[in-house]
Design a protein around this ligand. Structure first.
Ligand SMILES: Nc1ncnc2c1ncn2[C@@H]1O[C@H](COP(=O)(O)OP(=O)(O)OP(=O)(O)O)[C@@H](O)[C@H]1O
Length: 354
């Protein structure tokens, strides 16, 4: 194998990145399920949420505050919109980083309509003063607006209409307990199984008027890293290929050829992921090797390797983070079609057996 057969990988426009790009934002609105029963997978969250919403509707009140945690692209925004739709309520969408001052939050809260759903994405990134204001708003539907500064400052209480806060976070563990405790319901979103992603793909294909065979959908699902956003994005790229290079129908063969062109392999790894693995195996015998050294070897920033490539490699059981550095697993050797050196590789100390 030639270790230099690909140029330095870049993270820009990553086809298998979970964050939304411009095109995603433009088309996602059309692909979002509008009702709970259209929402694929996440059975437990869906069932529990269904009860919370039905009970609130029966009481004729607003639903309890809901916290949704999970990786990007798993459907948190979609679910928040469904909550509003199921409650027949309007929705306001904002995010933690957009609320840096308590006053920003007060302005939003005081303009909410009764029963409105406030979706607060990346709630863990809100400023401290805004967070503290939110405690009282969630619990008592009231905020204290501070007027003036220093010893002369006074707090003017402001009544709020009852509303439902839907907070979304990629890391529930980062939320301070007083905030976490104020949510009546917490839903943990899991990565989707391939069969669920196939359903997402079939549904999106119908909406996009794309002809797809079951095996074509399965091929795309298997490379979508458990994430509907990635499944929808790969579907659009494979559709392009099918329309230009084939007769427009997505068969397994068309999906395979297309994803080869886009350099997304059978397990959903892209060039960056493979570059990290190749460096780890080819240059360092499978490790252990320090993160900084590995990053230099692939020509990327340390943070890029750690935050962009590694989480998926670890999740897939291809790479392990150990106190002595990064180590490739036997599955990594197998994935690249290589044989580990005798004895498990230099420095592995039999971590994964002989
Ligand atoms: N369960 C699902 N069924 C069908 N489509 C889904 C599902 N979950 C997500 N999607 C689709 O995936 C895309 C991304 O979903 P969404 O924007 O809700 O993710 P998110 O978790 O809010 O992501 P982020 O954290 O980046 O904001 C949307 O186009 C949506 O249609």
């Amino acid at each position: 194998m030639n270790w230099d057969d690909e140029s330095v990988p870049t993270t820009a426009d990553r086809l298998v990145g979970a964050a939304a790009d411009g095109e995603d934002q433009a088309v996602e609105a059309a692909l979002r399920p509008k009702a709970l029963e259209e929402f694929v997978g996440q059975e437990r969250v869906r069932e529990q949420l269904d009860l919370v919403l039905k009970a609130a509707r029966r009481r004729g009140g607003t639903a309890d505050h809901v916290l949704l945690s999970g990786a990007p692209g798993l459907g948190k925004t979609t679910l928040s919109m469904i909550i509003a739709a199921e409650m027949g309520a309007p929705i306001r969408i904002t995010s933690g980083p957009a609320i840096q001052h308590a006053g920003d939050l007060a302005a939003i809260l005081s303009s909410l309509a009764e029963g409105e759903v406030l979706f607060l994405d990346e709630i863990h990134r809100m400023s401290r003063p805004a967070e503290e204001m939110l405690y009282m708003a969630m619990e008592d539907f009231r905020v204290d607006v501070i007027v003036g500064k220093g010893p002369g400052a006074t707090a003017i209480p402001l009544e709020l209409p009852p509303f439902t806060l839907v907070g979304a976070t990629t890391r529930a563990g980062l939320l301070p307990p007083p905030l976490r405790d104020r949510f009546g319901f917490t839903g943990h979103m899991e990565f989707y199984a391939p069969a669920e992603l196939e359903r997402v793909i079939h549904r999106s294909a119908r909406l996009l008027d794309v002809d797809i065979e079951s095996e074509g959908a399965a091929e795309i699902a298997g490379r979508s890293r458990g994430t509907p956003r990635i499944a929808n994005r790969l579907l659009r790229r494979v559709r392009d290929f099918a329309q230009v290079k084939a007769d427009g129908v997505i068969t397994r063969e068309v999906a395979e050829r297309a994803l080869e062109v886009y350099e997304v392999d059978g397990r959903g790894l892209d060039r960056l992921d493979r570059a990290v693995l190749r460096a780890l195996l080819g240059l360092f015998g499978g490790g252990p090797v320090g993160l900084s050294t590995l990053a230099v070897a692939v020509g990327e920033e340390r943070e890029t390797v750690e935050e962009v490539a590694e989480p998926f490699l670890v999740r897939e059981g291809l790479l392990a983070r150990t106190p002595r550095g990064r180590v490739a697993t036997p599955a990594a050797w197998a994935h690249l079609g290589l044989v580990p050196p005798q004895g498990g590789g230099p420095g592995q100390d039999g971590l994964f057996g002989p």
